[in-house]
Design a protein around this ligand. Sequence first.
Ligand code: KG4
Ligand code: ZN
Length: 335
Amino acid sequence: MLVLGIETSCDETAVGIVEDRLHLRANVIASQVELHAPYGGVVPEVAARAHLEQLLPTIDTALVTAGVRLSDIDAVAVTAGPGLVGALLVGVSGAKGIALAHDLPLIGVNHLRAHVEVAQLEYGLLEPPLVALVVSGGHTSIVAMGPDGRFTQLGATIDDAAGEAFDKIARFMGLGYPGGPEIDRLAVGGDRTAFAFPRAMRDSGDYDLSLSGLKTAVIREMRRMEAAGTEPVLADVAASFQEAIVDVQVEKTLRAASDQGYEQVVLAGGVAANTRLRERFAAACDVNGQRLIVPSIPLCTDNGAMVAASGANLLAADAFAALDLAVDPNLSLAG
Ligand code: KG4
Ligand code: ZN
């Protein structure tokens, strides 16, 4: 069974093709990074228009890459939320058109769940129970996939998402957009202990996180150094900031897993591409005897393969959408 997956929730027009739930046949991304870079962030209207231009060529390239034709496809899956409403509408409308024209089943995919489920392309079907940290530009939460396969949210950021914090600090430092990869690179040569930035809610006793205080602390420290005439060593600021984010996420996620009695931990979402986050999770899971499931970097950031993989699971469960499928910009992981 071949599933075509369409992703247009944010700033990547992406199309993936997955065969029999586990095999990746194509994963094509038309990135809009250069279009949004001058603005230092995603401009929703620009994103929607670019999706409109890129969607059909990206589908064509994915079909060519997989060596198949649209007539070989068994179902069309598309991200229905969460995301930018105008951007989501382009993908969903395109998917509906293809489904209607080729008499194919339509499948509505939850972007957050797809970030988690994409791991099956490299690790085999996920076998619950497990705990997942979902960290992206718009989302940061710790979720459990219970023995019945259902997702429940254990905790979440009460303010900024992790990716948002990376992007905002990068912008303040005058680095490029998106900021996460820039900080990741810059931090490699930096001293992680140069600044003692706050680890908010570390001992709050729940699984919630807070990142806006950290962001303010970094900005305040940089301004203080500038006022004192000291040139801040950006690599040290980046490394110390990154370490503070990573510390709390590792600690809370692994505690959630051990409190639930679950032995598997999944890292998902764009921020899961972060080198230090991956390194620290690997080391901590090793010590705890927990199994770490973390997709390769191209499958962590937004892509079409994740939508095709999640769609393939829904196809196997006969969970189809009607042709009046609506987009939901605020869809939650449990939704
Ligand atoms: O999942 P994603 O591609 O899009 C959303 O669903 O939001 O995540 C994008 C976010 C951006 O904030 C980006 O800066 C961040 O993931 N990101 C990273 C890294 N690569 C991407 N953050 C830290 N380190 C990275 N290597
Ligand atoms: Zn995402």
